[in-house]
Design a protein around this ligand. Structure first.
Ligand code: SF4
Length: 435
């Protein structure tokens, strides 16, 4: 069967979409790069905010016009399938996230004529599309669900309580990704610092890092988003484990608000001060650490003072990456029952933070101008350019295209808000050895 896979959302969803695509290929399905001519389509959906959800509905309708059979999985499925109305509904199967491994067999069952190899050698060789990104980057999902209780979060409702992938299985997945040629593996879940907490007394994230840090291969590993609430108890061991050449010195720690009052209202489970202390400890250990954080603007009840506290926190921390999202009430969450702020207020505050992001992002990145050192090439870009990552994950755009995976010496010559501009440097550098 010719199958088209389209994935949206976070690194976790991207990883799950890629895993579905690989499983389909392993089962003998042909992956195609466009919906036209596909026998079946898989929409790996995201429902993080209202506008994303509306986009999922539009994509489902558009795919339904081109593809006879659809599977919808991802975060839309448990709670929002009522939005999918129209002629394609009868031709759509909804698959919960934790049952995604059934999708290849389900497609075979649905069309008895289309067993493995039923399409034979296609006249036009299908283009395998495992991910929207090049295969040099692979996500490895380390857990499903979450232990936190943030009262605005739809992902928690969609994905349920924490279920960690066993340590040996994560190590196997990382090894396979390197073996397939990945130069960057992203360990991902809703909260990576919570990994293992569903098995009291068992291994925790630093143990996992020590194990995957020994997996043979030449790629680098990025540890994905984690909540300050889960990081707190394991911070010293986590920083210790991160101090290995196998890992990017990168920390994605969403603060969501600089106001304790709003953090309480969100039920985030940590204070502004705790977040600041964690960032300070991480930067003390790794002065070149790349910090990425997220902020939700316009949470119900947020005052001008709360907003100012958030802006002040951003000015103080100066993260390399700041993701700003306007609060969007998600059905079924407790926060959806709170009286919303006027849209124009939320819009104004979101604009103020976006402007602040421009200022602080540039300021933080400009200090890298003049830096010389090693970087790993992870993507080829337009017009002969490439993206190489410094050991702390900062991207350097190069005007040339060294081989994907190559580690090259770079000289940083400029900074934009979210990336650096550089050239290949002449002098050789000593690269840390890998297992
Ligand atoms: S976990 Fe959140 S961001 Fe990721 S796909 Fe689900 S709704 Fe979207």
């Amino acid at each position: 069967m010719r199958v088209y896979v389209e994935t949206y959302g976070c690194a976790q969803n991207q990883g799950e979409g890629a895993a579905i695509a690989r499983a389909l290929a392993d089962e003998g399905h042909d992956l195609v790069a466009a919906p036209e001519g596909a026998d079946a389509g898989v929409l790996v959906s995201c429902a993080v905010i209202g506008p994303t959800e509306a986009r999922m509905v539009r994509r489902w309708r558009a795919l339904g016009e081109r593809i006879p059979r659809l599977v919808v999985t991802g975060c839309l499925v448990p709670l929002r399938t009522d939005l999918l109305t129209g002629p394609a509904r009868e031709r759509t199967t909804f698959v919960p996230i934790r049952e995604q491994s059934s999708i290849p067999a389900l497609l075979h069952r649905g069309d008895p004529a289309a067993g493995p190899g039923a399409t034979g050698a296609s006249a036009s060789r299908p283009v395998v599309r495992l991910s929207a990104r090049p295969p040099a980057i692979e996500e490895v999902v380390i857990a499903q669900g979450c232990t936190s209780a943030c009262n605005y979060c739809f992902s928690r409702l969609a994905r349920g309580s924490l279920q960690s992938v066993p340590l040996e299985e994560v190590a196997r997945r990382v090894e396979r990704a390197f073996h397939r040629g990945a130069t960057e593996v992203r360990l991902t879940s809703l909260d990576t610092a919570a990994w293992g907490r569903d098995r009291p007394g068992g291994e925790r994230l630093p143990d996992l890092m020590r194990t995957v840090g020994q997996v043979p291969g030449d790629g680098t590993i990025r540890i994905g988003m984690m909540s300050p609430q889960s990081l707190g108890p394991i911070l010293p061991e986590y920083l210790e484990a991160l101090d290995a050449p196998r890992f990017y010195r990168f920390l994605h720690l969403p603060v969501q608000s600089g106001s304790d009052r709003i953090l309480d209202a969100m039920k985030r489970g940590y204070s502004r001060e705790e977040f600041l202390e964690q960032v300070a400890a991480a930067r003390r250990r790794f002065p070149d650490l790349m910090l990425s954080t997220d902020v939700i603007v316009g949470f119900p009840g947020e005052t001008e003072e709360d907003q100012q506290e958030t802006e002040e926190l951003v000015e103080r921390v100066v993260p390399e990456v700041l993701n700003v999202t306007r609060f969007s009430a998600r059905p079924g969450t407790p926060a959806a029952r709170l009286p919303p702020l006027p849209a124009r207020v939320a819009k104004r505050r979101s604009r103020a933070l976006a402007e602040l992001r421009q200022r602080v992002g540039r300021r933080r990145l400009e200090r890298w101008i003049g830096h010389r050192g090693p970087a790993g090439v992870v993507e080829h870009g337009p017009r002969g350019s490439a993206v190489a990552r410094l050991p702390n994950y900062l991207p350097v755009v190069l005007p040339v295209q060294p081989e994907l995976g190559a580690r090259v010496p770079v000289r940083v010559e400029g900074a934009r808000t979210t990336y650096l501009l550089g050239r290949l440097a002449e002098e050789p550098f000593k690269y840390p050895s890998r297992p």
